[in-house]
Design a protein around this ligand. Structure first.
Ligand code: GAL
Length: 678
């Protein structure tokens, strides 16, 4: 599959006579794909049961005739007014009991069986009309699932779902099990009837209930999605893939089970206020690649600016091209701009776009043209390639929900904490997978696995980690690991509970840190003193466990106690980092662990601000800043974007510069081999 470049196109906003002009301009810019249809329900089914898909079919035919591939979006994020007016129960209800209003989007109740039926019907009609249309390559279900609902029908469905989760040995629903798992003697919460179980619409509900509700909402979105997936699969060509577009680290639902029913993972990459941070963006790309453990699409990205951020600054000239290449370098097989042309009205009038309201290209259109020219030059080199990572950072929605519900220190943002571990790895241009805490790790070639933290640990998670370490892997466990069991209850052991033996350490006590606490780090002879903040655990190492850091004077309890430990377990090693270290110490510690684990970067000794990623044999070099930089390669490289230049070990990158480099010697070697084989 080529690397696609595209845009979200809303032909329904414009008269049909205009469409060919749009498509010609797309082709002239070098676009290869359009996404159409999402949000267009009012135009596709203007009256209940009366469909008008002719325009969508014609738009698809025209796009195909113009050489563009088409992704069809189902319009279900935007139910039409006739539907919400006639059947108000399809509208979501928020935590305060207020029903969502028509006139925005995503206002539907994902648990509504009626709504799902309407959605499945419109998806089916679309699949019947376009399932074998030339040019169509895939389908997007809905758009950015996000809303929770606290409706009576959600409560009913939640209670039924709970009856499948809490069962006795015979598989029968067991309220006793639920009561035990949630410790419901507490505050007399005990339930004697399933119907008594509330939705946690207010703050400070039982942690077991809260976590179950979040899992239930994932289940609801999965069922909702499945109804549409089935409708499409029944009628569409089997070559068509099905996806949905996500929002990076957004945690409204657990993306891992949702992705099980999809063929492709996608995300919408927006910066909003500010500028590109290559490492932060890399984390979201790594996350999305980890959903299906394969390449993904950037289904939407900003053409210059957005309209919804506090300050909707435009990206600097050249920055968007680097942003796109950063995605491609991390496994994106497509980049689509949102949007092609703004509707004259509607809520997003100020958003960036490729064309202006007058139908003529805006300045950003040129930048897209440059990216298209890049892809025409080097796309074939990347065809079929992917990223191979020696490091995995583990990620879990359960963990994030559990911690967020009880941060203990308001500054303990679980996502910020995870990124605190990802960033020192990413900034060294080390390829990293972000995968589920439940992903298999054995036999994947990882030299280093980071759990930051692995908060909820059950037998299966513990077993996989132990097997990985026994095989020789290095594992980092952060503070708050092994803190909870599957039901968000405290386990009967000290943390890290089921990981105690593997980690060779126990947490004697944990502290939310008011200011900072001093930490003395000692790594193979080198020492460093710095600080920890937010969170600090007093560690008790086992007999065979080495102490890598101790606290200095702090709250008295922590003084002189171990803060970071290292334990040899089988052929592997486990590091336990009990504190939220300040950035400089964190960087030092991770640099040392990376070296201990024998993890290699894609390229070493890069200038500040430059990052390298690798797909197959192709190296992608990016300059994330406005200062020119020169990269020295360990071999003579050829920049495929500048075919006129001879191979060299010096690659110049201008401001926001991009180079797509192949190893000239490796090429010659391979060519030579092929010749001698013939
Ligand atoms: C996305 C959404 C698009 C558009 C875009 C604007 O979140 O999927 O439909 O609204 O934001 O930045």
């Amino acid at each position: 599959m080529p690397i696609h470049l595209g845009a979200a196109w809303y032909p329904e906003h414009w008269p049909e006579e205009r469409w060919q002009v749009d498509l010609d301009l797309m082709r002239a810019a070098g676009l290869t794909v359009v996404r159409i249809g999402e949000f267009a329900w009012a135009d596709l089914e203007p009256v209940e049961g009366q469909f008008d898909l002719g325009w969508l079919v014609r738009a698809t035919e025209m796009a195909h005739a113009s050489g563009l591939s088409v992704v069809v979006g189902t319009p279900t994020a935007a139910p039409p007014a006739w539907l919400t007016a006639a059947y108000p129960e399809v509208l979501a209800i928020d935590g305060s009991g207020a029903r969502a209003q028509h006139g925005k989007r995503c206002h539907f109740d994902v648990t509504s069986p009626l709504y799902r039926a309407f959605c499945a019907r419109v998806a089916e009609r679309m699949a019947l009309a376009l399932g074998h249309a030339p040019g169509v390559i895939g389908w997007q279900i809905d758009n950015e699932y996000n809303r929770l609902t606290y409706s009576p029908q959600a409560a009913t469905a939640f209670r039924l779902w709970l009856q499948e989760q809490f069962v006795d040995e015979q598989g029968r629903p067991s309220l006793a099990r639920l009561n035990r798992a949630w410790s419901t003697s507490y505050w007399s919460e005990r339930y004697t009837d399933w119907a008594q179980i509330p939705l946690p619409a207010e703050d400070n509900h039982n942690p077991g209930l809260v976590l179950s509700f979040r899992r239930f909402m994932t289940h609801a979105y999965r069922e909702y999605q499945r109804a549409q997936v089935q409708a499409i699969r029944a009628h569409a060509d089997p070559s068509h893939w099905i996806t949905s577009n996500f929002m990076g680290f957004f945690d409204g639902f657990d993306h891992y089970p949702i992705c099980e029913d999809l063929d492709l993972a996608c995300w919408d990459h927006y910066i909003g206020t500010g500028n590109l941070d290559l490492d932060r963006a890399a984390a979201s790309h790594d996350l999305t690649r980890g959903f299906k453990r394969r390449n993904f699409w950037v289904m939407e990205t900003q053409p210059g600016c957005v309209n919804w951020a506090p300050i909707n600054n435009v990206l600097n000239r050249g920055e968007a091209r680097t942003m796109a290449w950063n995605g491609i370098g991390h496994g994106a097989d497509a980049v689509l701009y949102w949007q092609w042309r703004p509707a004259p009205g509607g809520q997003e009038q100020y958003h960036g776009s490729l064309l202006g309201p007058d139908g003529r290209p805006r300045p950003f259109y040129r930048e897209v043209g440059e990216l298209a020219a890049d892809l025409q030059l080097v796309g074939p080199l990347l065809d079929g390639t992917t990223v191979s990572a020696p490091v995995a950072v583990l990620h879990s929605y359960d963990d994030r929900w559990a911690i967020d519900h009880q941060r203990h220190h308001r500054g303990f943002d679980p996502l910020a904490h995870l990124l605190h571990y990802h960033r020192p790895i990413a900034r060294r241009s080390i390829a990293t997978d972000i995968v589920s805490t439940r992903a298999d790790l054995v036999g994947r070639g990882y030299r280093l696995v980071v759990g930051a933290p692995i908060h909820i640990v059950d037998e299966s998670i513990a077993a996989e980690l132990a097997a990985y370490v026994r095989e020789g892997g290095h594992l980092v466990l952060s503070a708050r690991s092994g803190f909870k069991d599957y039901n968000n209850a405290l386990p009967p052991q000290r943390q890290p509970a089921l990981l105690q033996d593997l980690a060779g350490v126990q947490v004697e006590e944990y502290y939310a840190v008011l200011d900072t606490v001093k930490v003395d780090l000692s790594l193979g002879g080198a020492t460093a003193t710095g600080e920890a903040h937010t969170w600090a655990e007093w560690l008790v190492p086992g007999r065979a466990t080495q102490v890598l850091a101790r606290y200095g004077s702090g709250n008295g309890w922590l003084d002189g106690q171990p803060a970071v430990t290292m334990h040899q377990a089988g052929r592997g090693r486990v590091y336990y980092v009990g504190a939220w270290l300040a950035d400089d110490l964190q960087d030092r510690l991770l640099a040392w662990i990376i070296a201990q684990a024998g993890v290699e970067p894609v390229l070493d000794k890069l200038p500040v601000g430059v990052r390298a990623s690798r797909r197959g044999d192709v190296h992608i070099l990016l300059n994330g800043g406005r200062e020119a930089a020169t990269v020295t390669l360990p071999w003579p490289g050829k920049d495929a974007l500048r075919p006129d230049r001879a191979a060299s070990d010096q690659i110049d990158l201008g401001p926001y510069g991009v180079a797509v480099v192949t190893n000239d010697q490796a090429d010659q070697y391979q060519t030579g081999q092929r010749t001698s084989d013939e």
